[in-house]
Design a binder for this molecule. Structure first.
Ligand code: OAD
Length: 230
């Protein structure tokens, strides 16, 4: 049977591209209140603050470059005689820019905008504000097309289908604390899929995996891809 590998990535895969992680010391949630900038209630209270937060993240993502971990995952998809499905919690677009094609950005993309009035989606300008107008309906009801806490992530049906047919689940650079992504390892284990964690250091959820590889993603991921491709 050809391999069908599902990869789940988190902020750790982009750390060496210069983008901050959330829960490491000094991470994004040490600097900002999650409730203020990553919930629908926070946006309703203070949309300007939320726009500022994502404007900064959009700018950082645009300036960042894919690192060897992103590039190795794109190479795996090109060269594996089987299927690679890349699920990412990251909103930075770096997997796509590295050349990965089968990508499910389950928490949305910071370079996309969404109208809360008419649901139109479009390529975001570099800065969104409370004055920005939707190109489809003209209302000033624009938000970044990212998924906030309390909202339903994107692509869940397709991700579940990929998980259920996977021969291997590889989870890279995520603390495994945010559901539903944190639950993928349990789904995979229940159906007998081989599970691998790649992280800088063993995470709090490492025990759930069949194999744990420790190291910076820029080194550990290319080494693992070389091993898989033989
Ligand atoms: P976290 O900040 O929670 O976890 C980052 C993980 O990356 C940690 O386990 C680190 O050990 C690991 N790490 C750091 N540097 C690394 C490196 N160079 N190589 C390999 N691993 C490294 O980030 P996520 O798990 O992605 O959601 O966070 C999940 C979600 O929580 C995010 O998508 C975001 C956040 O709140 C929303 O905003 C909805």
């Amino acid at each position: 049977m050809p391999e069908s590998i599902v990869i789940l990535t988190g902020a750790g895969v982009s750390a060496e591209s210069g983008l901050g992680t959330f829960r490491d010391t000094g991470g994004i949630w040490d600097q900002y209140s999650l409730e203020d900038v990553a919930t629908p209630e926070g946006f309703a209270r203070n949309p300007a603050l939320v726009h500022d937060f994502y404007n900064a993240r959009r700018e950082q993502a645009a300036e960042a470059r894919p690192n060897p971990a992103h590039e190795a995952l794109a190479r795996l998809e090109r060269q594996l005689p089987g299927r690679v499905t890349l699920v990412t919690q990251n909103i930075d677009g770096l997997h796509e820019r590295a050349g990965s094609r089968s990508v499910y950005p389950m928490h949305g993309r910071v370079d996309q905008a969404l109208c809360t009035a008419c649901a139109h989606g479009w390529q975001s300008p570099s800065r969104l504000s409370t004055q920005a107008t939707c190109p489809a309906c003209g209302q000033t009801t624009c938000r970044p097309d990212v998924v906030w806490f309390g909202e339903v992530p994107y692509h869940l049906d397709a991700i579940e289908r990929a998980l259920l047919r996977a021969t291997q689940l590889v989870v890279i650079g995520t603390s495994g604390t945010v559901y539903p992504a944190a639950g993928f390892v349990e789904v995979a284990s229940q159906v007998g899929t081989h599970t691998v964690e790649i992280n800088l250091t063993a995470s709090e959820v490492s025990d759930a995996f069949d194999r744990v590889i420790e190291g910076p993603a820029s080194q550990a991921v290319p080494a693992w891809v070389d091993e898989v491709l033989g």
